[in-house]
Design a protein around this ligand. Structure first.
Ligand SMILES: NC(=O)c1ccc[n+]([C@@H]2O[C@H](COP(=O)([O-])OP(=O)(O)OC[C@H]3O[C@@H](n4cnc5c(N)ncnc54)[C@H](O)[C@@H]3O)[C@@H](O)[C@H]2O)c1
Length: 438
């Protein structure tokens, strides 16, 4: 066994702040309120339901993760958020239409108490929305300072010991990093000069990290994955993670593709299309926001399949992803996949998937896990990119120059081994020769 690292205990309240109080964020808050009252089970969360094996299989030590590492108790969480449209979490949840009124009504008082703070918002970055509750300031630095003041007020008012931020706001228009994102000094200069290449999400991330608040990015926009923000995270010793919650179709892809590759089955094509009718779908109907999503969704297969190593199996793979805004479907997305695979002697086969999925139902437990694990990482003295949380993301952030790991099973092993390592337990290699020695 190695030595456990020092982890500050999870004492006092944890404020979970979400830029964005739409379908995902409100489904997340409501689920936690319902859990506290014993109205539901924490389905989909590793932090609440997952066990972790420790030591040899013969030892039968498999505690719950939440009993193994010092996570914040659900009773100690307080929620806050910013939104340019939603007024409070109850009204926003009703608009989102993910949860039924019968499930929301018992939680009405708690949900209504979460009043949205005015957002840092600019329609240039989310073309399909018009903001009503929006901060104004002479410069982007002013806006960042207003967000920092919001965090201070929230912390004080709710008696929080710590805060974490999880971006649950709309997907911003696709952007490539530029000089203003290269260094922290250039970025701060850009904030003071209202540089048009600095997006609202980057302003939130900057404000959070200045306040030493860990930041996880649930959307595919360019946010904490630029050198300037990474520099700030290292300098201020704050964890960051991203990006784009891994739910729905991409979750399926990262479950299936490693299986095809493990069995050396070839792929000719993978066509994925979706219909969805929620506000996220409407935002993604704009080509700029869709481009952010497309890039995030397309990267997955290439990294899992390694076509350079297996050219005869994967080099000619045709991968296409479409998202279609179709209002009648609401949040209950339907995702179709047509997968053209081939096997022994090149014979073709097809797999069809029709996933009648509920996007926010899949995303909400991820927000909870990320909030709790990011807070744990901060208390464990971790800083910068938290690659061990790749498990939760479509486009996992990794160190510059390092390819991201997309295979969900490797990601899970990495996550659990990280926890074992921090707690001074042996890493599990699955070698297992000791069971067969005389
Ligand atoms: N649901 C999923 O399965 C899933 C998976 C991966 C990523 N995501 C991403 O999570 C995000 C949230 O999804 P959703 O379904 O809740 O969308 P939503 O449209 O219901 O909610 C997003 C909210 O963000 C608000 N917003 C927009 N810009 C903002 C800003 N600058 N500051 C604060 N708030 C802002 C909007 O007013 C809206 O209420 C989206 O970016 C989506 O692409 C969702």
């Amino acid at each position: 066994m190695s030595k456990a690292i020092d982890i500050r205990p999870a004492k006092g309240k944890l404020g979970v702040l979400t830029p964005g109080m739409g379908a995902v964020a409100t489904t997340f808050y409501a689920g936690v309120f319902a859990l506290r009252r014993g109205l539901t089970e924490p389905v989909g969360t590793l932090t609440q339901m997952g066990h972790i094996r420790l030591g040899k299989r013969t030892e039968d030590r498999q505690p719950l993760i939440k009993d193994f590492v010092p996570l914040t108790d659900l009773d100690d969480i307080v929620f806050g958020g910013w939104d340019p449209i939603s007024e409070n979490a109850y009204e926003a949840a009703m608009t989102a239409g993910v949860l039924q009124e019968k499930d929301l009504l018992p939680l009405k008082a708690e949900m209504e108490a979460i009043q949205a703070m005015p957002a840092v918002f600019d329609q240039k970055w989310v073309k399909k929305l018009e903001g009503k509750f929006v901060k104004t300031g002479a410069t982007k630095m002013d806006l960042a300072e207003q967000l920092m003041a919001d965090m201070d007020t929230f912390k004080e008012k709710n008696g929080c010991d710590r805060l974490v931020m999880v971006w649950c706001a709309s997907t911003e228009v696709y952007e490539e990093p530029s000089e203003v994102h290269e260094t922290l000094a250039a970025f701060e200069e850009g904030l003071r000069n209202n540089d048009e290449r600095i997006s609202p999400s980057q302003i939130y991330a900057y404000a959070a990290l200045k306040k030493k608040v860990p930041f996880a990015n649930g959307a595919p926009n360019l946010t904490v994955d630029v050198p300037a923000i990474m520099e700030l995270a290292m300098e201020n010793r704050v964890p960051i993670a991203g990006k784009d919650f891994k739910t729905g179709q991409t979750l399926m892809k990262t479950i299936l593709a490693p299986g095809f590759k493990a069995r050396m089955l070839g792929l000719h094509g993978w066509f994925s299309t979706n219909i969805l009718g929620n506000r996220d779908g409407e935002v993604l109907d704009d080509p700029g926001s869709f481009k952010s999503k497309e890039v995030s969704k397309l990267s997955v297969l290439d990294t899992i399949l390694q076509p350079d190593k297996y050219p005869s199996l994967y080099k000619d793979l045709y991968h296409k992803v479409r998202i279609n805004y179709y209002p009648p479907r609401g949040d209950n997305k339907e995702g179709w996949d047509n997968i053209d695979i081939f096997g022994w002697m090149g014979y073709p086969m097809q797999i069809k998937i029709d996933f009648l999925c509920r996007d926010s139902i899949l995303a909400a437990p991820i927000v909870l896990d990320l909030a709790l694990f990011m807070d744990l990482a901060a208390r464990a003295g971790q800083r910068g990119i938290q690659e061990w949380l790749s498990f939760y993301f479509k486009s996992p952030q990794a160190a510059p120059g390092l390819y991201p790991e997309h295979d969900i099973f490797i990601q899970q092993t990495k996550l659990k081994n990280t926890l074992r390592h921090w707690m001074g337990e042996d890493l599990i290699t699955h070698l297992g020769t000791e069971y067969y020695e005389e």
